[in-house]
Design a protein around this ligand. Sequence first.
Ligand SMILES: [Zn+2]
Length: 127
Amino acid sequence: MNGEICSVCGGDGRYANSFGRVASCPGCHGSGKRPEAGAAVRDVTKTKPSHYKTAASSAVKQTWPSSLEGTQLATDVRDSGLVNADTKARLIAEIIDHENTHGRCTQTFLKKIRKQVKPGASSPKPG
Ligand SMILES: [Zn+2]
């Protein structure tokens, strides 16, 4: 096949630059043959590092109790002026957690939480 001849040097393998010096053809590196297309074309397909965050597909975080007692208690907590927002959030989370583990809010638990947001009503301090 004659179609393999380098088009830069015409198959000579040499290439005269503008200074009149003869050097190896930059197209074929002196071989006189046309470089293979497959070798000449570099695959520059960019491989972007994909940051696939494993989405925490946990259920929607519960922010309010579902039982009647829990809801009432959470309301007491929320309306309490004795504890700060952080404590309220913690107590409400505790109520939800208690509900989930016990199925419902036990009286003991209700009293325990109520004492923290409404002290004095049912627990007179000793002394
Ligand atoms: Zn050449």
